[in-house]
Design a protein around this ligand. Structure first.
Ligand code: COA
Length: 180
């Protein structure tokens, strides 16, 4: 029997590549301070890779948009990493269904600079794939700057059937099949 996952109450335990405990859970409206802190801990380069424009912080409107989700068309997850003082926020991953009744969604991630390269983007991507499949989503798309090798590595490691369209703007449109 296929088990339906409730995206709003999603919780998963994992480990970083260096063995630290990771707790993945759904983003809630109370997580605004975590997202403010996250963007303050992201370099200009990381912010550019995420938003494709120079950006220092999220606006109030963006904070609402990124934390007050419907858990259907817009699903978001946080990754918390266990440090000596307790769990700290390391980054987010989310997907957005393109349009109503569409089975295709855009994925995007933002991991604090000090936590990049520790496997957290990969953990979040796998969790989003699990939820999306349960929700009947058949394809993920991502828009990735060509020089963003870490993002492409996360997608390449997933071994999903993938097509890449190189746009003249320097952005790669990546399409990944989830139902293969
Ligand atoms: C792009 C981004 C989301 C990737 O997340 P991440 O947590 O840094 O990625 P991961 O650590 O899971 O994977 C990347 C690296 O870890 C390695 N890795 C991850 N899981 C692995 C595993 N199980 N075994 C071996 N290697 C692994 C990858 O090969 C890769 O190696 P590298 O550090 O030499 O590049 C993150 O770097 C980020 O937020 N960047 C800024 C914003 C951004 O680019 N957003 C994407 C917009 S679409």
């Amino acid at each position: 029997m296929k088990i339906k996952i409730d995206p709003q109450n999603f919780i998963e335990n994992a480990r970083t590549l260096d063995g630290k405990k990771v707790l993945v859970r759904a983003i809630s409206k109370n997580d605004k301070p975590l997202l403010v802190d996250e963007t303050e801990h992201m370099s200009q380069k990381s912010m550019y890779y995420r938003f494709f424009t120079p950006k220092r912080q999220l606006t109030d409107k963006e904070l609402v948009y990124f934390t007050e989700l419907d858990y259907h068309a817009h699903v978001g997850l946080l990754a918390l990493v266990e440090e000596p003082g307790g769990f700290v926020h390391a980054g987010c991953g989310r997907y957005l269904v393109f349009s109503k009744n569409d089975s295709s969604a855009e994925v995007a991630f933002d991991i604090k600079d000090e936590y990049q390269g520790h496997g957290i983007g990969t953990i979040l991507f796998n969790s989003l794939c699990t939820i999306a499949k349960s929700e009947g989503i058949s394809e993920f798309k991502a828009f990735v700057l060509a020089e963003n090798l870490k993002m492409m590595e996360v997608f390449d490691h997933a071994n999903l059937p993938m097509t890449k369209r190189y746009r003249p703007s320097g952005v790669i449109e990546v399409s990944m099949k989830l139902d293969a």
